[in-house]
Design a protein around this ligand. Sequence first.
Ligand code: 6PG
Length: 472
Amino acid sequence: MERYNYGMIGLGVMGRNLLYNIADNGFSIAGFDLDEEKVKELEGGATANMTVKGTASLEDFVSALETPRKIILMVPAGKPVDAVLGNITPLLSKGDIVIDAGNSYFKDTDRRIADLASKDLHFMGMGVSGGEKGARRGPSIMPGGDLEAFNLLQPMLESISAKVDNEACTAYMGKGSAGNYVKMVHNGIEYAIMQLISEAYDLLKRGANLNNDQLYEVFKEWNNGEMNSFLIEITRDIFKQKDSLTEGYLVDQILDKAGAKGTGKWTSEQAMEIGVSIPTIDIAVTSRILSAYKEERIKASQLYSEKQITNPENTELFIKEVGDALFLASLISYAQGLALLVKASEEYQFEIPLKDVVKIWRGGCIIRSVLLEKFYVAYSKDSNLSNILLDQDISVIVKEKISSLRKTAAFAASNGISSLGIQTALGYFDAYTTESLPVNLIQAQRDYFGAHTYQRIDREGVFHTSWESTNN
Ligand code: 6PG
């Protein structure tokens, strides 16, 4: 009986496409899904060069695989992963490897690693980014955890992943649940950049009256230069999409309530938990929440309807400034996410190689951009860089764009165009680059009302003052 190199559980859009990608690269693979229709369709969708098998039961699936079995799960995060593990682990043998390729919460992965280890099984958390197309043609893959298992998978992961300059967009992301953690932060950055792009769109649309054809041209130009990235590219194309149900463009018919599956929220929660400041990611998460208050926003817009927009005098210049502001605010969002990875790596002993993280994000994933090449250079010079803003070459870019970020933030504020992402990116930059923040006053207040003590700038130690008795 023929034994298959790999197994895939979960034949939804992502699972099926990843399976075909693996098969296309010369590895035989069996698939299983609870939905019998998906199993039936699997072999029909394969091309002649692929060795693919759909299996009707978990028992058939497990016995079709060579040992040690290498089983990839592509099922929704949370309970479905535990349900699959509950059903499959009794069928497995010592040394088999289960790889969770969904957007699982990293603490769930830690729990599952321990649980499967107690059964002599390997469990790995592996982030996969790139959506449907990426899964099929080359995603960015973020595996972590068990090194023994990783070494067995590495050749396959390298052949199916995206390539940049002939280098595979996959690498070992660190110990334990590092793979899921890196993917979670990837998504946090994704939220921030999407928020920033939506603000740039609003500024150009309402601030400078650009229509969809003009927006297409602006994003096309941006994508041809230093802002070249997946998200700018798809935004460009969105402005071209006509609506099939009405006369106009589809984007204008889409309800302004954003969905979210949770990875952005986890990033913010994590940053709070381990004490890292990532305000642009936080604001992107909360902006999606605020967008859902549609009915209240309608009432409030009628109550406070006095907003008047004064268009910029020089539209060309305005477009350039908004572009520079978007570029810099995106850079600052990457900086926040990467700083979170640095701290998490210490906190959880992940040993995340930051240089490899930015290297494998250069291709295949949703936040891929040419800017990551510059981060890769920065981490190649100094792998211990605590914040990308501290790199000399990056500082040159920042200094070049900062006045555009200020002008854009000021334009948005004075015209009542909400730009939470742009404002927080600027505010973060200003706070991060200020030697003396006014929090000496906060420390004084805390000591005043709660005897919380403070430190001094001129001598060591911890101090408390009886403020009221001094003042009376
Ligand atoms: C990716 C995406 C992918 C998914 C997001 C969407 O890297 O391929 O990030 O994982 O599209 O999780 O997240 P929201 O539904 O929360 O926007």
